[in-house]
Write a protein that binds this ligand. Structure first.
Ligand SMILES: *Cc1c(COP(=O)(O)O)cnc(C)c1O
Length: 399
């Protein structure tokens, strides 16, 4: 029986074997120990760990307040609800993003309006934002995404949409570590929503955080994340906490647990180190891919900081192999890739319910045909990067 402990993990408990997976969730040793402590402490749901994580996270991004929730999608919905817009108000968003932003808008009782993107940045430009807003007779709010971690000019977008920053919510699921000019993402708009989903650059597995400078909004979201209750169980069970509570408004069940918060705190302490490695990975990719004909390097910001959540190249016609065939060829060599994102207007449900400008989404179609996200995480080795780039060069040269 002793030998069993030394056997490699069985297939059902480990990642599928591949030469270079698209991404791996790395939970640091300190996080594992912190989880053990929480599990043995007698309190596992929202409590002291969540309070500490919120304080440390707010300090990290330089925000006044941080509210921990169950996901970035929940944070987006809670932020949009907290704007207290009339039901059915129009909310602009990019068509090239994760569909969670659209579902958050719908669940908040609002109407998503899709904007096309600039084919170079893969994000809306002032021109596409203004066109989409004009086509629907104006918008009341906007969700701004920093795609892959590349900063976008939030203020310019708000101006183009004809709204103030008070009515902008940032989807920062890729943007922990992003700065727009010298402004760290987390303090720019009314509310900023982060994700700690398994693939994100600060991974817990599941979880989200909302940051804001607005105490009233923070307090409202703090209640609305847990059924609208005036006092959570942790506070009620503290000595002298008192058992009474009230519900004065609608809420979700979207609190974060202490187990998640303990992982998040430990991961946050290592964040500068893991981000530095991501930047190194991006630079190494750049240096090898620059010589491969038909592949375009990801854009680097003219000012500010890229968080390198994703490393996405464009596969141009002169590469010789189309993007989809390249994905297949890489996969046959055990190299995982992904596409960010299938445009929201191409998803059946959202194609029916989202408003849009006439004339389609030419920018988004061109990005969607060519974009390819290569393996990216902080545990990728230099050898992994060489394996990927050698495969890219060989597959390109084979046609
Ligand atoms: C992952 C992601 C989300 C959703 O995050 P969850 O924490 O899983 O809800 C939202 N927007 C973008 C751009 C994402 O990549």
């Amino acid at each position: 029986m002793v030998q069993i402990a030394n056997r490699p993990r069985t297939q059902e408990h480990s990642m599928p074997v591949s030469a270079v997976p698209f991404t791996r969730t790395h939970i640091c040793e300190e996080a594992r120990q912190a989880v053990q402590q929480v599990l043995g402490s007698g309190w596992v749901t929202s409590g002291q760990q969540v309070i500490e994580f919120e304080r440390e996270f707010a300090e990290h991004v330089g925000a006044r307040r941080a509210i921990a929730v169950s996901s970035c999608t929940a944070a987006l919905e809670l932020a949009l609800r907290a704007l207290q817009l009339p039901a059915g108000s129009r909310v602009l968003m990019s068509t090239i993003t994760f569909c969670g932003a659209a579902s958050a808008i719908v669940h908040a009782g609002l109407q998503p309006v899709l904007a096309d993107v600039d084919p170079v940045t893969a994000m809306p430009s002032p021109v596409t934002v203004a066109a989409a807003a004009r086509a629907v007779g104006g918008v009341q709010a906007m969700v701004v995404v920093h795609l892959g971690g590349l900063p976008t000019q939030v203020e310019e977008m708000a101006e183009a949409a004809g709204i103030t920053l008070d009515h902008v919510v940032e989807d920062a699921a890729h943007a922990l570590g992003t700065a727009v000019g010298d402004r760290v993402v987390g303090t720019i708009s009314r509310a900023t929503c982060f994700s700690f989903y398994a693939t994100k650059n600060l991974a817990i597995g599941e979880g989200g955080m909302l940051t804001t400078e607005d105490d009233e909004l923070a307090d409202a979201v703090g209640r609305a994340r847990l059924h609208g209750m005036s006092k959570d169980a942790w506070r009620r069970y503290l000595p002298g906490g008192g058992w009474r509570y009230d519900v004065e408004g609608d809420g979700l069940k979207a609190n974060m647990t202490d187990v998640q918060a303990a992982i998040g705190r430990a991961q946050l302490r290592r964040f500068e180190v893991t981000q530095a490695r991501r930047a190194e990975v991006a630079a190494r990719y750049d240096s090898l891919i620059v010589d491969i004909p038909g592949l375009t390097l990801p854009l680097r910001p003219m000012s500010g900081t890229h968080a390198w959540h994703l490393y996405a190249v464009r596969v141009r016609p002169n590469f010789g192999v189309g993007r989809d065939d390249l994905i297949t060829a890489l996969s046959e060599r055990g190299i995982g890739t992904s596409v960010h994102f299938i445009p929201v207007h191409r998803l059946t449900w959202y194609s029916h319910i989202c408003l849009r400008a006439p004339g389609g989404f030419p920018g988004a179609e061109s990005v969607f045909d060519q974009t390819l996200s290569l393996p990216m995480d902080q545990v990728l080795t230099d050898e992994d990067i060489r394996t990927v780039c050698t495969a890219l060069a060989e597959i390109g040269a084979s046609r």
